[in-house]
Ligand binder design. Structure first.
Ligand code: PLP
Length: 452
């Protein structure tokens, strides 16, 4: 064990040391990577240290420096030191967080992290929290809880009887809702194409007047999915108006705040999600803006009974915690599970309230800096109001949109990495600033690369 871990430490150190100056994109081609990493299953045991060395050597050309300071693709934050170190301990401890009896320490850590998250986001103290793999599974979990509760209010036990013969559940979401909302609806049996879609404004925010009209057509159990943080513009739906309209009809408000919910943890940005605490469930990611390693989604539900009813399992051999002590499997779609709340715990403890706010605000300030520098250049247009950490940019030359070729060349050059999207029917570049390592100098270097 000692040799293996020491070798892994050295290899991890070497990778992290090069991260700031590494060519950001992967350099190896797919066929070479398959050849280097694949091949036949070994017939006999191999030396573990040699396996770890070969793993690192053969993966290297296909690694993308997503944790580095100039990766602006999707919404991707690198991991802070305490999060990486805590994640190593999680593997060494190898605890199963399904049941309290299997690891009371991990259950206590989940409880503490849950309380801190609710506090940061100013969500109701009594809300239940589950630690899932990502925002997508958080949406699945929240919609399962929502489905339980709106049908219970209509006199239907969906856990016992499923949706067969159940009253129709109306799910309403904006045309700008993240694709994960439709996918989550599919997984909980509500269907992706039965969603009622509500128009959005120029910034991608749900329009309350259109929501009011859509709700008039919803008789019976209703779930409204709001969004904090549009993946293109960063804009947030009007939470207070959505809560007013939905609750007036006894409906459930779910907020997909995979990255945008972090605005609630930063005083200068809180106004973007004003009223978010009035929703019934919330999704967010740790692995995006909190800068913890992957496999970190968070679901919060204001109705713990519905949350538990939708998720928990019982069997004679599953020894349950006494009283209201936490059994992790009550709040997630899994049974056995890695202690993925530990890096969240270590990160929150390291940053504290002001450190989280600083991380979030700094990313937004750097996004605004990128927008300002790009805006001044010929043939460049910033398409969104940069309210959060997302910037949408369009490049034109000789009267045509050349954004895709700019993106391809930036990716190839390797100074930074940005992705593309389609916004209002036109191709655009997406710049997402979500990592603790990014500095003003990184922004300036990246903008130069784009303009070049
Ligand atoms: C990233 C994202 C998701 C999906 O999150 P995963 O962590 O990839 O599962 C869902 N909704 C929004 C708004 C997102 O930005």
């Amino acid at each position: 064990m000692d040799d293996c871990l020491k070798r892994a430490y050295d290899l991890a150190r070497a990778y992290l040391d090069q991260l700031p100056e590494r060519h950001v994109n992967a350099r190896g081609n797919w066929t070479e990577l398959q050849r280097a990493l694949g091949g036949p299953l070994p017939e006999t045991p191999q030396d573990p240290v040699a396996v770890i060395e070969a793993l690192a050597a053969n993966a290297d050309a296909g690694l993308v420096a997503t944790a580095g300071p100039r990766y602006f693709g999707f919404v991707t934050g690198g991991s802070v030191p305490a999060a990486v170190a805590a994640d190593w301990l999680v593997s060494a401890w190898d605890q199963n967080v399904g049941l309290n009896v299997m690891s009371p320490a991990m259950a206590a850590i989940e409880d503490a992290a849950a309380a801190w998250l609710l506090d940061l986001f100013t969500l109701p103290k009594g809300a239940s929290v589950g630690f899932v793999t990502g925002a997508h599974m958080a949406n699945v979990t929240a919609l399962a809880a929502a489905r339980h509760e709106v049908l219970r209010r209509a006199g239907w036990d969906v856990e016992a009887r499923g949706l067969q013969g159940a009253p129709r559940v109306h799910v309403v979401a904006s045309v700008e809702a993240h694709t994960s909302i439709g996918a989550a609806c599919r997984m909980v049996g509500l269907g992706a194409e039965t969603l009622t879609r509500v128009a959005a404004d120029d910034h991608g925010r749900m329009r309350p007047d259109n929501l009011a009209r859509a709700l008039e057509g919803c008789d019976g159990p209703t779930i409204v999915c709001a969004q904090a943080g549009n993946v293109n513009t960063g804009a947030c739906d009007p939470m207070g108006a959505i809560a007013d309209l939905t609750h007036a009809r006894d409906g459930w408000v779910h907020v997909d705040g995979a990255f945008g919910l972090w605005a609630a943890a930063a005083t200068p940005l809180r106004h973007l999600v004003a009223g978010v605490e009035r929703a019934d469930s919330w999704t967010t990611d740790g692995h995006k803006w909190l800068n913890v390693p992957y496999d970190s989604g968070i679901v919060c539900v204001a109705h713990p009974a519905a949350h538990r009813a939708a998720m928990s399992q019982t069997a004679a051999y599953l020894i349950r915690a006494e009283g209201d002590a936490r059994d992790g499997m009550d709040w997630v779609p899994e049974a056995s599970r890695r202690a993925r709340a530990v890096p969240i715990y270590a990160t929150l403890r390291t940053l504290g309230r002001s450190g989280v706010e600083d991380l979030v605000v700094r990313c937004c300030r750097l996004a605004a800096r990128a927008a300002d520098r790009l805006r001044g250049a010929a043939g460049v247009r910033v398409l969104n109001d940069v309210v959060l950490n997302q910037v949408l940019v369009r490049f034109d030359r000789a009267g045509s949109n050349v954004t895709d070729s700019v993106i391809a060349r930036v990716q190839r050059e390797g100074v930074c990495w940005v992705g593309g999207t389609t916004w209002k029917g036109e191709r655009a570049m997406r710049v997402s600033v979500s990592g603790w390592r990014t500095t003003e100098a990184d922004i300036d270097r990246s903008v130069e690369a784009m303009l070049r």
